[in-house]
Design a protein around this ligand. Structure first.
Ligand code: DGL
Length: 265
């Protein structure tokens, strides 16, 4: 069983990719919908929430935990790794590797929540790999509420205007590669792609973390041969989550969503 968690719906971008490339793995997903967003909170709060999310998922004896949240991966990954024996896979390292492979001009922009950009997590890893690289960090606080409320259509005027606001400086900077450093943002990939045009590579942190999970399971000879069950837990209304998740995953998950009181962990 794989444990996957996010502050809300965004981690479903990882689940979608995991389902495609590892269809036989059972997955338990926790979305902290009662406390989203994490990305506008302080470090201590994010770490406390992340440790509770971890403790909840540990009850299912997962063989790996995927932190499908750019904010938690940026701020709390070390704390999580110290707190458990289970391998913990974040989104920052895999996305950075993919961006380094994709960028020709060595100008990379990182889109993330305020906490992610403030942490400098992506920029530090990019620069450590190639000090000559130029990196622009762009916080996009309005993207998460857009996604959580299902405003992902590129033709939606609110979506269009918000994308323009955040991506204008990225175009002015001359980025050839953009890291979607928050797992909510892949749901805005079409809108972002239409605005920036085809020449710019978009790296999706959710997808890259799923590919990394496959690599690690193969390496450790831990791939599952049978299974494929999906279970979802949330800390707010299961019904609201199931409705939006149906659109994001392109499948019905109503029965599989349950409420959990995450403050107990
Ligand atoms: N899923 C979070 C991330 O990837 C964004 C939502 C939030 O701010 O909690 O950073």
């Amino acid at each position: 069983m794989l444990g996957v968690f996010d502050s809300g719906l965004g981690g479903l971008s990882s689940v979608r990719k995991l389902t495609e490339i590892l269809p036989r793995e059972d997955i338990v997903y926790f979305g902290d919908t009662g406390r989203v967003p994490y990305g506008t909170r302080g470090r201590e709060t994010i770490i406390r929430y992340a440790l509770q999310d971890l403790r909840f998922l540990e009850r299912f004896s997962p063989k790996a935990i995927i932190v499908a949240c750019g904010t938690v991966s940026s701020v709390a990954l070390d704390a999580l790794r110290q707190a458990t024996e289970v391998p913990v896979i974040g989104v920052v390292e895999p996305a950075v590797r993919a961006a380094l492979a994709a960028s020709r001009e060595r100008k990379i922009a990182v889109l993330g929540t305020p906490a992610t950009i403030r942490s400098g997590s992506y920029a530090a890893k990019l620069k450590a790999a190639d000090p000559a690289l130029s990196v622009l960090g762009q916080a996009c606080p309005l993207f998460v509420p857009l996604v959580e409320n299902g405003h992902i259509d590129p033709a939606d005027p609110i979506t269009k205007e918000t994308v323009k606001r955040y991506l204008e400086p990225v175009l002015a900077f001359g980025a050839d590669t953009i890291i979607l450093g928050c797992t909510h943002y892949p749901f805005l990939k079409r809108a972002i792609g239409e605005y920036v045009g085809e020449g710019i590579r978009l790296i999706d942190a959710g997808t890259e973390s799923a590919l990394e999970t496959k690599r690690i399971l193969e390496e450790k000879d831990m791939l599952s041969q049978a299974g494929g069950e999906r279970r979802f837990y949330v800390s707010d209304s299961p019904q609201g989550f199931a409705e939006t998740a149906r659109v994001f995953l392109d499948r019905e998950i109503g029965e599989a969503v349950k409420y959990v009181d995450i403050e107990k962990y």
